[in-house]
Each structure stands twice: as structure tokens, then as C-alpha cells.
Design a protein around this ligand. Structure first.
Ligand code: PLP
Length: 230
């Protein structure tokens, strides 16, 4: 935090700076700023840190854990009708029911068992969250997502076997590599599968991601400040 005595004002000021950076990156790429959705990633931050950011006009938020989101968001969403919540972290199939009930988008669809669980809940609850297939572009063992070479077959299975309306792709490039090739690969896989949405770019690299076509950037630290313990 730049001013620990007034973290709320800081978050609102940082939000405005990020919004300006998103707009600049769009202009530089010849894109309409309205084509990029800024997701404010509020994981690990309490409700008291989130409300000033809602008050500053931010409408889309991201959380990476269903359990944490359930403790923070039902009341906030009831109080702020226009606000949308995205699940950006991995989802266990046994939490699909809670996830479909709470989230407006799910960014880490990556295996058949999860597809089956989501399809069942989408039908049962008559809710249709935006669905992103996560691609593990760096083929990292510890990371979720389908491998790039398996993506086409998996996307077809999502659609044909499970009847899921996949909206786009999501990626998290490896920490220690330049992100651009990972964004380019994700965009290429999306294009050949007729997917228009791209969830890519975090605090450190969202401007690059916008240059490569990101429609959803997931920004935490640059808005809320440094997280403790995560
Ligand atoms: C935490 C997280 C982010 C935000 O990261 P920052 O570097 O704080 O902007 C984005 N995407 C995912 C999947 C995350 O888990």
C-alpha cells in the first residue's frame, strides 16, 4: 500500500490507474476499450477492502476459491445488483453446484468430470455462467488446464458430449517466461475453435495480453495491493 493510513482511497486510485492503463493498451492495439473487461481479483481481501472498489464503480470481481467467495460475496451481490463475480481458480467437481449458483463466469474448465458436473448444474439451476477452458500453455505439471495439443479435442467434447456453451479460453503463463508467446498461442487456439473470449493477463502483463487480444484481464495486486500469505 502506498498510504497504509487510507487503504480505501488507495484502492480507488489504483483502480483508476489500472483503468487508464487498460484504455491506453487498447488504443495502442487499435482496440475499443469496451472490448476488454477488467476483472478486479479480490482473493484474500476482506469485504471491507472490496466495498470501496465497488463504490469506485468497479462491476466485475474475481475470486479463486469457492469456499472463500461464499463467505464474502452473497451479501455483497445482494446489495450491489450490477456486480458480477468470476471464478478464476481451479474448481473441484463436487463444488460445481455452489459455483454455478454463485458465479457469473468460470475460468478453469479443464476436464471431463468437471464438464459433466457443470452441465448437470447448469440444467438444474437454469443458470448459464460464461465458461472458459483453461489451457496450460507452459505444460506445467503443477498447473491446471488442458495441454495445447489436447485443446481442440477437449473443446469439441465440451460442446458435443456435454452440451456446454464454451465462450472462450483462459491461460496463466509460466512465471519465469515471457508471456507473449503464451498469449499468442492461446489466441490462435481460440480462433481456430471459433471462440471469441480470451481471459489472459494479470497485474504484471495485462498490457501485453491486450495487445494479443485479451477480452478479460484478471488484475489483483495492481488494484488491491500486495496479498499476505498467498
Ligand atoms: C491471483 C490471480 C490473478 C491476479 O494476479 P495479480 O498478479 O495479483 O494481478 C489472476 N489470475 C489468477 C488465476 C489468479 O489466481
Amino acid at each position: 500500500m502506498t498510504d497504509p493510513s487510507n487503504p480505501s482511497t488507495d484502492a480507488a486510485a489504483r483502480l483508476r490507474a489500472v483503468q487508464a492503463d487498460v484504455a491506453d493498451a487498447c488504443r495502442a492495439a487499435g482496440r475499443d476499450p469496451a472490448s476488454v473487461t477488467l476483472i478486479a481479483v479480490s482473493k484474500t481481501f476482506p469485504v471491507d477492502s472490496i466495498t470501496p472498489v465497488i463504490a469506485a464503480g468497479q462491476q466485475v470481481f474475481g475470486e479463486n476459491r469457492v469456499q472463500e467467495a461464499k463467505t464474502k460475496w452473497p451479501d455483497l451481490l445482494a446489495q450491489h445488483r450490477g456486480v458480477a463475480l468470476h471464478l478464476i481458480g481451479p474448481l473441484q467437481s463436487n463444488k460445481a453446484k455452489e459455483a454455478v449458483a454463485l458465479f457469473d463466469a468460470i475460468h478453469a474448465v479443464d476436464r471431463p468430470s468437471l464438464c459433466a458436473a457443470l452441465a448437470k448444474e447448469i440444467t438444474a439451476q437454469q443458470r448459464q455462467p460464461l465458461l472458459f477452458v483453461e489451457v496450460n500453455t507452459g505444460a506445467e505439471a503443477q498447473k491446471a488446464g488442458v495441454l495445447p495439443e489436447d485443446a481442440d479435442v477437449f473443446i469439441r467434447a465440451c460442446r458435443e458430449t456435454y452440451g456446454l456453451a464454451v465462450a472462450g479460453l483462459m491461460c496463466i503463463p509460466p512465471h519465469d517466461e515471457a508471456p507473449a508467446p503464451h498469449f499468442a498461442l492461446t489466441a490462435k487456439i481460440a480462433a481456430r475453435n471459433g471462440l471469441s473470449l480470451l481471459s489472459m493477463g494479470m497485474s504484471a502483463d495485462f498490457k501485453t495480453a491486450i495487445a494479443f487480444g485479451a477480452t478479460h484481464v484478471r488484475v489483483g495486486t495492481a488494484i488491491f495491493g500486495v496479498r499476505d500469505g498467498h
